[in-house]
Design a protein. Structure first.
Length: 256
């Protein structure tokens, strides 16, 4: 579960847990949320997903935004309770409407895939945009894909590149690969094989097979990077080990 954790380790102190519990039992929503986090992570108490769900629900019903998000994820994934996608959407929506970026991203995914609600690509794109503007890296990547494919929003390769770039700068491997492809083909941005190779390298180091394959080709053909058959073989092999068919064919051709 993607969630906020406490600022330090004080939550593991038994005395602090005691006072946290007292506040939670008296109906203090923030204490209820943090006690739920303690049970969800096993911080200062034995890990107990059902107990975590219980406290998230209490806090969520009192309007705690973070708890509403976590409760939505519990229902979405069946953590500490029976899986219920409709209830997940209900609580994610409450948190999303209050501006919670994590909730906005997860709600977008629900609309995109039809989890617990009718599939609606336009609403998915809307919530990706709200979360992306707050810096959520997964939302930035998915918004880039939406613009690139024209899914739920008018196709715009320039805007796709903009959001791929933001996500790539945060280390998102698939965004780095997609940005590399945009630079390689001149989609939404001026063609630049040097920048393409750099993007492929970043994504390849994170294990993206398609990036490893494309980086291998760059080294093989000297596109945007010095030609190097040994490095070409290295990256093509890595992609081939992950089952990339193009890499397997390229490797066979390279080895004669």
């Amino acid at each position: 579960m993607t969630k906020r954790v406490m600022d330090n380790d004080y939550s593991q102190d038994p005395e602090t847990i005691k006072w946290l519990r007292k506040a939670a039992e008296k109906g203090h929503a923030t204490a209820q949320y943090y006690l739920g986090v303690c049970y969800e992570e096993g911080r200062g108490v034995a890990m107990d997903k059902q107990e975590a769900f219980k406290w998230f629900r209490k806090a969520a019903e009192k309007g705690n935004t973070y708890a509403q998000y976590n409760l939505g994820v519990c229902y979405l994934k069946g953590i500490g309770t029976a899986k219920n996608e409709q209830k997940a959407v209900k609580w994610l929506c409450k948190a999303a409407e209050k501006g919670d970026a994590f909730a906005q991203y997860n709600l977008a995914m629900c609309y995109l895939n039809g989890y617990g609600i009718a599939k609606d690509e336009q609403k998915a794109a809307k919530w990706f945009l709200w979360a992306a503007k707050q810096g959520d890296v997964d939302a930035q990547y998915n918004l880039g894909v939406s613009y690139y494919k024209g899914t739920g929003i008018a196709k715009n390769e320039q805007k796709a590149v903009k959001w791929f770039c933001k996500a790539a700068k945060q280390g998102h491997a698939d965004a780095q690969y997609n940005l590399g492809m945009c630079y390689s083909k001149g989609l939404g941005v001026a063609k630049d094989e040097l920048k393409a190779a750099k993007c492929f390298l970043r994504a390849a180091k994170q294990g993206v097979a398609k990036a490893q394959y494309n980086l291998g080709l760059c080294y093989c053909e000297g596109r945007g990077i010095a030609k190097d058959e040994l490095k070409a073989t290295k990256w093509l092999r890595r992609a081939a080990k992950q089952g990339d068919d193009y890499a397997i064919i390229a490797l066979q051709s390279l080895q004669g």
